[in-house]
Write a protein of this length. Structure first.
Length: 217
């Protein structure tokens, strides 16, 4: 095999391995509230070793300071506004019954709310999901499909579809897929800087956790 074919085979193998590990762990921990989060953390550790074996790291896929803070801030604000507009004027009308409560209506303590907000909402959701789906999956798919705009567009759509399918219920899938698509677009617009989309991802998650906790009062 030539060098290009070997590289693509390796990229595809990495995606398959990570997908398999994620699904197996989630299945083994079926019934555990944080099964997906545990699977995600294990996958991120494996991806770290994969990147290092290439002589690379998370910095190469965007975990670095923005080149231009002003542009990064504008993209962050634009991304948050886009998510808000799409959810209020597209997703909400499609699902007028509203989103499912994060804790399925079960009251939680303030300490558990803080744990969910910081560890789950910001840690595994905003940071972890951006590393996994935008930093790893989008870039691997983009390199597999080719270094041109059509391949980039296809990679953005594909990672959003995968992101959506890993959530439960039709509304969850559509909502997550939509946010994955928006974040994928802004990740590329931000010259693949992960901090822009991590911050943008954190905003709706934080608001959702706070709203859920206040709603139980």
């Amino acid at each position: 095999m030539n060098t290009v074919t070997t590289q693509r085979f390796r990229l595809a193998a990495e995606v398959i391995v990570i997908a398999a590990v994620f699904l197996v762990i989630r299945e083994l921990l079926d019934g555990f509230k944080y099964a997906s989060q545990v699977a995600e953390v294990v996958c991120l550790v494996l991806i770290t070793f994969m990147l290092r074996s290439r002589g690379s790291g998370w910095r190469a896929v965007g975990l670095r300071r923005p080149d231009h803070w002003g542009k990064a801030l504008l993209l962050f604000v634009a991304c948050v506004i886009t998510i808000g507009v799409v959810f209020n004027f597209v997703i909400a009308p499609l699902f007028p019954q509203g989103a499912n409560d994060i804790n399925d209506g079960v009251a939680i303590s303030r300490n558990e709310m803080l744990f969910q907000l910081i560890v789950i909402g910001i840690g595994t959701a905003a940071i972890g999901e951006e590393l996994l789906f935008r930093g790893f999956l989008l870039n691997n798919l983009n390199r597999l499909l080719g270094e041109h705009w059509v391949a980039t567009a296809a990679a953005i759509v594909l990672q959003a579809v995968v992101f959506g399918l890993l959530h439960s219920g039709v509304q969850g899938m559509v909502s997550a897929g939509t946010i994955g698509l928006i974040l994928g677009v802004f990740y590329v617009l931000a010259k693949r800087n992960l901090w822009v989309v991590i911050a943008a991802h954190a905003v709706p998650d934080i608001l959702s956790f706070i709203s859920s906790f206040q709603g139980q009062a």
